[in-house]
Ligand binder design. Structure first.
Ligand code: COA
Length: 186
């Protein structure tokens, strides 16, 4: 298995994997409000690829912002979904995706990662709900599953309020790519 940056032609297999692993209601989650119409954070979408070339795992991180009592706004990342194909559960793919995502986010200079997930799983990567007491998702969520990891000390101190998306718009990227293709062809 290798982990690499997500590619455009991973989309079909990724969506099939997410439907199979997370079920048909996955797009009703509050996290989806922070992802809809946006691109993942630059350089922070990864695919796990099996030896036979099939996609067996996916994780993506998204740019978000929070109110901050001194700076006005502070940026962070939302992680999810993380999913591994059922046939490969328990073989370390999820952990490798998580470690790659966390390491890459730190190298890119991000200060914190927030997610909604099982503390029994995410705790092993350093996530806890001790940092999320003053912040909230834009919709229903369970507080005990609302977790964060600081990549820079105190990054979430002074943050409060409801998380907002601030990632690049998917449509703007498509238009920009079309313009570039026209420019290259002319
Ligand atoms: C959660 C998930 C990503 C883990 O990936 P994985 O490759 O199976 O996990 P790993 O092999 O890296 O780790 C296995 C360990 O995680 C534990 N684990 C797996 N899923 C877990 C869960 N939902 N809650 C708590 N622990 C879990 C296993 O018990 C095992 O524990 P051990 O190391 O003490 O034996 C995968 O099971 C999955 O896709 N689940 C469905 C989707 C999901 O729930 N995603 C997370 C919410 S966004």
């Amino acid at each position: 298995m290798i982990i690499r940056l997500e590619e455009e032609n991973d989309v079909k297999e990724r969506e099939q994997l997410l439907d199979a692993v997370m079920g048909p209601h996955r797009k009703r989650k509050s996290s989806e409000k922070l992802r809809r119409g946006r691109m993942p954070s630059a350089g922070l979408a990864f695919s796990g690829i099996a030896n036979d070339g099939h996609l067996i795992g996916t994780v993506r991180l998204w740019d978000i912002e929070l109110d901050h009592d001194e700076e006005g706004i502070r940026n962070a990342l939302l992680l999810g979904p993380l999913a591994v194909s059922c046939s490969h559960h328990g073989s370390g793919v999820g952990s490798q995706l998580m470690r790659t995502a966390i390491r890459s986010a730190a190298l890119l200079g991000h200060g914190a990662i927030i997610l909604v997930g099982n503390p029994a799983y995410y705790g092993r990567f350093g996530f806890s709900n001790e940092l999320t007491g003053k912040i909230a998702m834009p919709g229903p969520f369970e507080r005990e599953r609302f977790l964060a990891l600081e990549l820079t000390a105190e990054h979430l101190s002074g943050c409060s309020g409801i998380i907002r998306p601030n990632g690049r718009y998917r449509r703007a990227i498509k238009v920009a790519n079309c313009v570039s293709k026209v420019a290259l062809a002319s």
